[in-house]
Write a protein that binds this ligand. Structure first.
Ligand code: AMP
Ligand code: ZN
Length: 479
């Protein structure tokens, strides 16, 4: 097995990965802000962290992974106040939608899935610790973090702090590098806004304190890995470091991993450009969950990903190739014996796959390892050179691949149905397709070709394409 190396934003280098406790990884991921449906850009980042956790598990690490839902921030407070409902009521719908989206894209549940609003006392405690160490000051009922008191401020995002006026402050949760200032840990309530009554006064937490308090509660004062999208490095993660290290005097996270952004057809995704997509928008256009997962996972996380509809189609046909190969392998109609050259080929693919992911999670190399192998193995099968002896090792290779990429299992239809995109009236359901396919197989077996052709035509009329493999198996798919 290969050494695992990860790019650490903190050092700016790709480093050997070693957790604090051998065999165990403490990892924190900034989850979504549940003020709306998540978009495919958000899922670029969530699929990156999913591939990371799945790969670490494949390599035998025990994961302790926390992901939060930010269910209180400026936008949520403002939208809930405008709708005249409580923030829990406002966010519930989007929180549920996020969980459903994760299931649909096979994003594994982390060990702890937590909400910011369930952790207000922990945030208050952390602010009190910072108050005791004079990292804070008050202003009009709010509490601010004094960045001049933390000389290492800027070490993650490498911002230049010269010229920043001490005492100048910013109240917004999200702001640009140019407005690096003292930021709000606790915000005084405004008229009509949700607030909590606490030991440090009435108000609500700033966004940044949420993640520091929650991460340290579940993972201890020093994490192994902290992940998020690149836009979170400043100010969110910089402020998490200032808060946590200010309070504890210890390093907050040893590795910081950031995913580059997703663009759509070369442009930043935005509602005004009309290129802004949620998962549901794509499923509504007939795209499959597995195609989206594959398209989002296929570009290494530190490269910008240019999402295109062409790319999504290509993802769908790549997946078909893998599923067809997997079926061919499982049907197992190969000559007895073993072929040492092919055994070596399987071992090489296994190593290349691991080497790709070990080198800062290079999914492109890992995928190439699998697809090259599939191409060569298919050729060998056609020539009768792929023997029974290699089936188990090849299945194990695909199994390892599937544990990380999770796209071979063909459960798209069921997932879509669960999200409300199931077979519409008049459309054929999976069970009925299976029944008709079995009928056709039986007809063919008794050489009743009239019946088998009729069933094939009926299926085609109802949008189902049948593919007969060389080995006598049959696969079906929707047009
Ligand atoms: P948010 O809900 O805005 O806090 O974002 C949730 C996650 O999605 C964060 O890790 C963001 O950095 C990430 N994110 C937001 N926009 C994009 C994008 N276009 N591409 C990739 N990741 C993104
Ligand atoms: Zn966060």
């Amino acid at each position: 097995m290969n050494e695992i190396r990860l790019h650490n934003t903190l050092s700016g280098k790709t480093e050997l990965f070693t957790p604090q406790t051998p065999g165990e990884v403490k990892m924190y991921t900034c989850g979504p802000t549940v003020y709306d449906f998540a978009h495919i850009g958000n899922f670029r980042t969530f699929i990156f962290q999913d591939i990371l956790r799945r790969f670490l598990k494949l390599r035998g690490f025990k994961l302790n992974h926390v992901m939060n839902l930010t269910d209180v921030d400026d936008r949520i407070i403002a939208n809930a106040a405008a709708a005249k409902i409580g923030i829990r009521e406002y966010t519930e719908k989007y929180a549920q939608a996020f969980f459903d989206d994760c299931k649909t894209l096979s994003v594994e549940a982390p060990e702890h899935w937590i909400r910011a609003t369930d952790h207000i006392p922990e945030m208050v405690r952390l602010i009190e610790r910072l108050q005791k160490k004079s990292f804070t000051y008050d202003g009009e009922g709010s509490i601010y973090y004094r960045i001049a008191k933390f000389p290492e401020y800027g070490k993650l995002s490498k911002i230049d702090l010269t010229g920043i006026q001490s005492g100048a402050r910013v109240d917004n949760d999200r702001y640009e590098k140019e407005s690096a200032r003292d930021f709000a840990l606790w915000k005084a309530p405004k008229e009509g806004e949700h607030f909590w009554e606490t030991e440090i006064g009435k108000g609500r937490p700033g966004w940044h304190i949420e993640c520091s308090a929650m991460a340290m509660k579940y993972l201890g004062e020093t994490l192994d890995i902290h992940t998020g999208g690149i836009d979170l490095a400043f100010p969110h993660h910089e402020n998490e470091i200032a808060q946590s290290e200010g309070a504890t005097g210890k390093q907050f996270s040893r590795y910081w991993l950031h995913a580059e952004h997703l663009l759509v057809e070369g442009e930043k995704m935005s509602k005004s450009l009309g290129n802004f997509y949620t998962l549901r928008d794509l499923f509504g256009k007939g795209h499959k969950p597995s195609s989206l997962r594959f398209a989002l996972a296929s570009v290494p996380y530190r490269r910008q990903l240019n999402f295109t509809f062409d790319g999504l189609q290509q993802a769908a046909s790549s997946i078909e190739r893998l599923r067809t190969f997997s079926d061919r392998l499982k049907q197992g109609k190969f000559p007895a014996g073993s072929n040492p050259a092919m055994a070596g080929r399987v071992a090489k693919a296994d190593n290349d796959f691991d080497a790709g992911l070990s080198e800062d999670l290079n999914t492109a190399i890992a995928l190439a390892a699998i697809f090259d192998f599939v191409r060569e193995a298919n050729i060998a099968m056609d020539k009768g050179e792929f023997k029974q002896g290699e089936v188990a090792a090849a299945l194990e290779l695909l199994g390892n691949f599937e544990r990380v990429f999770a796209i071979i299992q063909d459960d798209d239809a069921a997932k879509l149905k669960a999200l409300g995109f199931g077979a519409a009236e008049g459309e054929i359901g999976d069970a009925e397709v299976e029944k008709l396919v079995a009928e056709r197989n039986a007809a063919r077996a008794r050489r009743d070709f009239a019946t088998s052709d009729r069933v094939r035509k009926e299926l085609a009329d109802r949008g189902i394409i049948l593919e007969d493999s060389r080995d006598g198996g049959v696969r079906w798919k929707r047009k």
